[in-house]
Design a protein around this ligand. Sequence first.
Ligand SMILES: Nc1ncnc2c1ncn2[C@@H]1O[C@H](COP(=O)(O)OP(=O)(O)O)[C@@H](O)[C@H]1O
Ligand SMILES: [Mg+2]
Length: 260
Amino acid sequence: MGNLEYERLHENLKTLDLPRISESLDSYLEIASKKNLSTIEILDHLINEEVEHKVQKSLNFRMRIAKFPYRKTLEEFDFSFQPSIDKKTINGLAGMKFAYNAENVVFLGPPGVGKTHLAISLGLNAIKNGITTYFTSASDLIEDLKRHAHQGQLKDRLKKVARYQLLILDEIGYLPLSMDDANLFFQLVSRRYEKGSIVLTSNKPFREWDKIFGDEVVASAILDRLLHHATVVNIRGESYRIKDRRKLGLLQKEGAETRQ
Ligand SMILES: Nc1ncnc2c1ncn2[C@@H]1O[C@H](COP(=O)(O)OP(=O)(O)O)[C@@H](O)[C@H]1O
Ligand SMILES: [Mg+2]
């Protein structure tokens, strides 16, 4: 290859935004000539590397904007500890059909039973499947919407939040909401209704949601939209943290025995 073509090739790779090919071209061409690879093998290898690079880059981007508080996967979830959860239902959700269909998922149950863990693991799966995801606690999101409303930017902010294909709202119901907060929450749920998915976690059963929102009418308007196309996972069981505490108790006992 002449100098002119070589330079033009690198320029063109830059113009087409193919940095990975540009990087590995020289060394790979050397390997290819030693191994006597065909043109098609060379092209396939270089283009495949570029595709892998781009897929990883967009995965990293989606991961950054998702703002997960921590990473927990479905594989890390011990279903035997929480028999009230139907593993098949969760595996079905992990297929992401619900997200493509703009349906919702609600995890209900007392603290420590794995609601946030499961919500995050669905979020991680979503990201791997190219679905844009945003994780936030319900109270942080309401504060954020309030701030924007104060600055006259509520519409823009709601629009932006509505653009995520999957919105994870963690911990609705830990604190009761004011009438204004409940109204903001209603606007958010309405905006996403049949357009984008919500995965929601709450420690309060639905019958107590009028207390969260301070008003029966608002609560039932929210529940109507949220539950129209939704999978509800009711978790009844012990906190996983108790398991760790038990283990600790056992260890202390054993320690005491060895000292005797
Ligand atoms: N069945 C489980 N298998 C493995 N880890 C679990 C399980 N349930 C909960 N955990 C872990 O216990 C901790 C508390 O769970 P979390 O999802 O925060 O509970 P919740 O949101 O219901 O209060 C987390 O570190 C989570 O990863
Ligand atoms: Mg939680």
